[in-house]
Design a binder for this molecule. Structure first.
Ligand SMILES: Nc1ncnc2c1ncn2[C@@H]1O[C@H](COP(=O)(O)OP(=O)(O)OP(=O)(O)O)[C@@H](O)[C@H]1O
Ligand code: SF4
Ligand SMILES: [Mg+2]
Length: 340
């Protein structure tokens, strides 16, 4: 995998279109970490696009680049018909109001010194919306929409709530400006399994009630499968595969996707030959990425061509909307995937 290209972009109906995003970070000794390398994707209005990949694959960097928080080193982001990266001042703030984020750790993303009512009202205050009474009304109504009684918990501080309640507060805070795009970066990873299901259901209900479009990031393939219409798979700062969820989980074409799916624990009995497996070897350093395909040092199907030539994203014949960046798609010998 670890490919480039824009052949998979669906220009019609895209609420957000990101093209050729590059983001590097300065590392010790003046070297650069390649966190995001020529990544393009789009998010169609009304869909949930899941993004999966191992830790360090660039998922959060992608989310931040899309929101220009901070802007990527290069590339383009079109959101709702506007050039996100060219916008400045009030125009940029207005665009950002329409795209909100929910983070992984609800407790640390909420100011511990502030009351819940004030935390949820803050985006309205900063945006200069309404009077104090109007803001309070919106806050109470939005807290109600995420299953919280603002009259009851509104005067508490975040540490007086459970993790699930804190994440509901985070979601309410993201909703008060009535955004069009919700970017969720590992929104349930820090929660107990039973609470995860509740928050996932809430996100789905909220998406329908507020006519949202969602970018949903997680390293958990089961969670992503349950909520996404399409899924994008990232490895070492690159996009390797993107497809409708059913198509990706039923027949992954990228060797990395296939090994990720095969590594998911299953409740179903496996045959002796179907042991869970992770991609072999260590993830290469983002300071020193392999030539050609970045996955080649761990890929069971790698050939000489993979070291010479970076694969470009291309369509898989016969499976609409399924794109893969691999010279030999579907050729890896990987056990059947339990998350399917
Ligand atoms: N501020 C930073 N300074 C230096 N390197 C960074 C910074 N932020 C991220 N990186 C590096 O960029 C790469 C991508 O990081 P990123 O946080 O986007 O990955 P991720 O897929 O979100 O990982 P995780 O699943 O652990 O959240 C990693 O190698 C990471 O170490
Ligand atoms: S077969 Fe080659 S191009 Fe495809 S994932 Fe493996 S190393 Fe990359
Ligand atoms: Mg992350």
């Amino acid at each position: 995998m670890a490919g480039s290209g824009t052949a998979h972009l669906q220009r019609d109906g895209a609420l957000l279109s990101a093209q050729n995003l590059v983001r590097t970070y300065k590392a010790k000794g003046g070297r650069r970490v390649q966190a995001l390398s020529d990544v393009s994707l789009d998010i169609v209005g009304g869909e949930t696009l899941g993004v999966v990949g191992e830790s360090g694959s660039g998922k959060s960097t992608l989310a931040r680049a899309i929101m220009a928080l901070p802007a990527p080193d290069s590339g383009a982001v079109a959101f709702d018909g506007a050039d996100m990266l060219a916008a400045r001042g009030a125009a940029l703030r207005s665009l950002r109001h329409r795209m909100q984020m929910v983070f992984q750790d609800p407790l640390s993303s909420l100011n511990p010194a502030h009351r819940i009512l004030d935390i949820v009202a803050m985006p309205l205050l900063v945006a200069g919306r309404g009077t104090a009474a109007e803001r309070r009304q919106i806050v109470l109504e939005t807290l109600g929409r995420v299953g919280l009684d603002g009259e009851q918990i509104g005067h508490r501080r975040p540490y007086e709530l459970s993790g699930g309640q804190c994440q509901r507060v985070s979601i309410a805070r993201a909703l008060v400006l009535r955004p069009r795009l919700l970017v969720c970066d590992e929104p349930v990873s820090a929660l107990d399994v039973s609470v995860q299901a509740q928050v996932l259901n809430l996100l789905e209900d909220t998406k329908a009630a507020f006519a949202l479009t969602m970018l949903f990031i997680s390293h958990d393939l089961g969670v992503v499968k349950s909520i996404s219409d399409r899924v994008a798979v990232m490895y070492l700062g690159k996009l390797c595969e993107i497809a409708p969820t059913d198509s990706l989980y039923a027949a992954p074409r990228h060797p990395y996707t296939a090994t990720l799916l095969a590594s998911v624990p299953s409740l179903k009995p496996r045959r002796r030959t179907q042991q869970p497996q992770m991609p072999r070897g260590e993830t290469p350093s983002p300071l020193d990425v392999p030539s050609g395909c970045r996955f080649r040092t761990r890929c069971p199907a790698a050939t000489d061509r993979c070291a010479r030539e970076e694969p470009q994203i291309r369509a898989i014949e016969g499976t609409p909307g399924h794109f893969v960046a691999c010279h030999h798609p579907g050729s890896a010998d990987v056990s059947s995937a339990s998350a399917r």
